[in-house]
Design a protein around this ligand. Structure first.
Ligand SMILES: *Cc1c(COP(=O)(O)O)cnc(C)c1O
Length: 461
């Protein structure tokens, strides 16, 4: 062996010609295998430079094993199924709203061959992708017109750019929110080209503050739903209807970023007061923006609703081409919206709504069933009262009374939580006071067997 062990690392060509690599070359093209070898060797050189490494690193067999593992990693999808046992319904890190069966079927149908995304089948001429959900949205919300884009952040950028590019957009200091994932209203405004004019104080903003900021340069008044936090104590906020009045007097549009995408009355879903899309429009907002995958319970999408004139301007803005939505999203959104034509059906079939509406007794029944199945496997499991949350920047501070399965693990609770996370399907749980807590509210019936299996294995290991 030479003094510099880096010299003993086999050359790429030698490895590619070796017997150890023959099975790998049968699984993937040579240039890809060569790239994986170089990645492995780059790591080895760094390791060798920084300290001791197993002498094995100079062998062909070791390299073949490493490259085999890397190749296996590439062949495994990075996007994997997760059972959400946290009780957080709109879990932003877990893809927010799971889709209704009808929405899933519509995605498969749209993906399965060609579709009339931009073709008018009746007239036999080019059509518009914007035609697809627009009529359903109009009928469900009473909006004059509708436009769907990639997500709500995109909808807000498009609305601000259209209404207030190079002009002032007036917003209360109490509404300059950050919604996670680097969505900050102030930064979005800066990107849109609108000049942000902040009025009021963090806790109190009055109608007179907006009035004083109005000028010939005003492009829009902006109201933003606070979504994920509450301001309590000595507070004042201007109602949408009052803002609409001031906007009307000044002949500038009122833009309202609603966020959650509530289509059914909050009370009918057991949620604290919060305007639906049609209520927001009824209060006089000229243009509103909402998410497709929050309380609406559909796919990621941004929905703009408002007067035909404003929606038309947004549609014609060149930015709308960059922010446009794809056919799979339109298929899922259309099928989800269709369920809302019959609100009872929406409540029964849209997973987010069903989870919100499940009573504590219902969740407790499922928790008891899961706990009993676990005890039969020898796991120390009980049922206790607990809480679920709407999550995803919806109904801050609101908790739902729930029931949890509480598990005392054989070994370390943290280690069991890690095993559950690494499993297939992965299972996300809460850990509290050295116990695993499982909230069945966010677990679909069809996932129960897999959940019990995973919990049984992880808790006893
Ligand atoms: C969630 C939210 C957004 C961002 O919506 P995305 O669909 O995630 O882009 C914007 N504004 C408000 C008020 C929100 O609640």
């Amino acid at each position: 062996m030479s003094t510099d062990p880096r010299r003993d690392i086999p050359a790429v060509d030698r490895l590619l010609g070796s017997a150890a690599f023959a099975p790998l070359l049968a699984r993937a093209p040579r240039p890809l295998i060569a790239r994986l070898i170089r990645d492995v060797q780059q790591r080895v050189r760094a390791d060798l430079a920084s300290g001791d490494v197993s002498p094995e690193v100079t062998t062909e067999a070791w390299h073949a094993r490493q490259v085999g593992e890397a190749l296996g990693g590439l062949q495994r999808p990075t996007l994997r199924r997760v059972i959400n046992a946290t009780g957080i319904i709109l879990h932003t890190n877990l893809g927010r709203a799971p889709l209704a069966p009808a929405a899933r079927a519509a995605v498969v149908e749209a993906a399965n061959g060609y579709c009339n995304l931009e073709f008018d089948l009746a007239a036999g001429i080019r059509g518009s992708r914007h035609a697809h959900c627009a009529e359903l949205l109009r009928q469900l919300t009473g909006a004059g017109a509708a436009l769907v884009v990639n997500n709500n952040a995109a909808a807000l950028v498009l609305a601000l750019d259209t209404l207030a590019r190079g002009r002032d957009a007036i917003i209360s200091r109490g509404e300059l929110v950050e919604i996670g994932d680097s969505f900050r209203v102030a930064e979005i405004m800066a990107r849109s080209g609108a000049r942000m004019v902040e009025v009021g104080a963090s806790n109190r903003t009055h109608l007179s503050d907006y009035r004083a900021a109005l000028s010939p340069d005003t492009g829009a008044l902006l109201k933003v739903h606070r979504s994920n936090f509450l301001i309590t104590g000595f507070t004042a906020e201007v109602a949408v209807a009052e803002l609409a009045h001031v906007a009307g007097e000044a002949a500038v549009p009122l833009l309202y970023d609603l966020g959650s995408g509530l289509l059914l009355p909050a009370a009918s879903l057991g949620l604290p007061p919060e305007p639906t899309a049609s209520e927001a429009l009824g209060m006089g907002a000229d243009l509103i923006t909402l998410s497709g995958d929050k309380l609406l319970g559909g796919p990621q999408a941004g929905i703009l609703l408002g007067t035909p004139e404003l929606i038309d301007r947004c549609r014609k803005n060149p930015l709308s081409r960059a922010l446009r939505v794809d056919k799979l999203t339109l298929a899922a959104l259309g099928a989800t919206l269709e369920l809302y034509l019959d609100p009872a059906r929406a409540r029964a079939e849209i997973p987010v709504l069903r989870m919100l509406l499940a009573s504590q007794a219902e969740v407790a029944t499922r928790a008891s069933r899961i706990a009993a199945a676990l005890r039969r496997r020898g796991v120390d499991a009980d049922v206790a009262d607990g809480e679920s949350a709407a999550g995803g920047g919806a109904s801050p501070g609101h908790v739902l009374a729930s029931a949890h399965v509480v598990i005392r693990t054989g070994g370390s609770c943290r280690a069991a939580e890690g095993r559950l996370r690494a499993g297939d399907p992965a299972v996300l749980v809460r850990v509290q006071e050295d116990r695993l807590r499982i909230d069945p509210r966010t677990v679909d019936d069809s996932e129960e067997d897999a959940l019990i299996e995973a919990l049984g294995t992880a808790a006893l290991a």
